[in-house]
Write a protein that binds this ligand. Structure first.
Ligand code: ADP
Ligand code: MG
Length: 291
């Protein structure tokens, strides 16, 4: 069978059986970051993301933004678990004709974001390749009581997103977005979502990951999904690379979040639907293709 027939998630599932995992692992493959033992009160979080020239970026794009994105999507995954980022290693594959300046600028993008999110770069690896590759692995910590996975959504919970979706690629937002760390930390400290993830593959597909992991269904109010300017519903559901957070909240907490947010302007969280007990109620994104 060809990899194209399996799809990304089919392949990851197939590879899972070759991935040994000890009893010490609290959560391995399948969430935004792995959850590992650390201390009495905290878990260690571990995540990695890779960007490749031709697939995620071209040489005509700003190298600073490429570096920025490589770290930002990792920070976004740590935030999605309710944690905060700490230490990273950066590995790069560099074609021999690439100007040194390009790599320095890429690192500048990483450095600026790392500084503002309190991340230390503590190592990496450098190899010669035909196309530019950048891979960052990031550690983080989360207080045990604040850990949020994809598994905890319950019937009647409300579904929220942290911001408007769609058209991330064309608008350039996929490169310059800021990870929603402050929103995630605010949520776990004050409201404790039942499930959370970041939207990297599109709202529809990503919500289906939460539904599968939590063994529930969902009903969306499609008119209330916040969209970026000029974006149709199908794009908001499917474009991906939004890096907004998608989370669920028990009804009592959801109502108190709604009360809280009429009184302030710090963040806004958009309610877009509810969780149901019917596992067959998946988000059928394709039926919106005509929008
Ligand atoms: P995200 O978009 O949140 O970064 P992905 O969709 O890339 O997550 O991956 C889904 C899950 O599969 C994650 O838990 C990730 O660690 C795991 N995963 C992805 N690729 C591999 C791989 N080649 N080997 C093992 N685990 C993988
Ligand atoms: Mg993620």
């Amino acid at each position: 069978m060809k990899i194209s027939q399996l799809g990304e998630f089919g392949l990851i599932d197939a590879l899972k059986k070759f991935a040994p995992s000890s009893k010490a692992v609290i959560k391995g493959i399948g969430d935004d970051a792995a959850v590992l033992p650390f201390s009495k009160s905290e878990y260690l979080l571990f995540t990695t993301d890779m960007l490749a020239e031709g697939t995620h970026f071209t040489r005509r794009m700003s190298p600073q933004l490429i570096g920025h994105k490589a770290l930002a999507c990792n920070i976004s995954d740590i935030a999605a678990m309710g944690g905060y980022p700490t230490f990273a290693v950066v590995s790069i594959g560099i074609p021999k004709n690439l100007p040194v300046r390009f790599v320095e600028e890429m690192y500048k993008g990483i450095q600026l974001l790392a500084q503002s999110f309190n991340v230390s770069i503590v190592g990496g690896d450098t190899i010669k390749t035909d196309k530019i590759i950048i891979n960052i692995a990031l550690l983080g910590l989360v207080e045990k009581k604040f850990l949020v996975t994809r598994e905890g959504a319950r019937p009647d919970d409300w579904v929220f997103v942290t911001g408007p979706l769609g058209n991330s690629l064309k608008s350039g937002r996929h490169l310059n977005f800021l990870p929603r760390l402050a929103q995630a930390r605010f949520l776990v400290e004050k409201f404790k979502p039942s499930a959370m993830m970041d939207i990297s593959d599109g709202l529809a597909g990503d919500l289906n990951h939460i539904l599968k992991a939590s063994q529930v269904g969902a009903r969306l109010d499609y008119t209330s999904i916040p969209r970026n300017k000029g974006v149709g519903l199908s794009q908001a559901l499917n474009d991906g690379e939004d890096f907004e957070l998608l989370f669920t909240l028990a009804p009592i907490k959801a109502r108190s979040l709604m009360d809280w947010q009429v009184r302030q302007e710090l963040f806004y969280f958009y309610p877009i639907g509810t969780i149901t007990a019917n596992v067959k109620e998946k988000i059928d994104s394709k039926s919106f293709a005509h929008f």
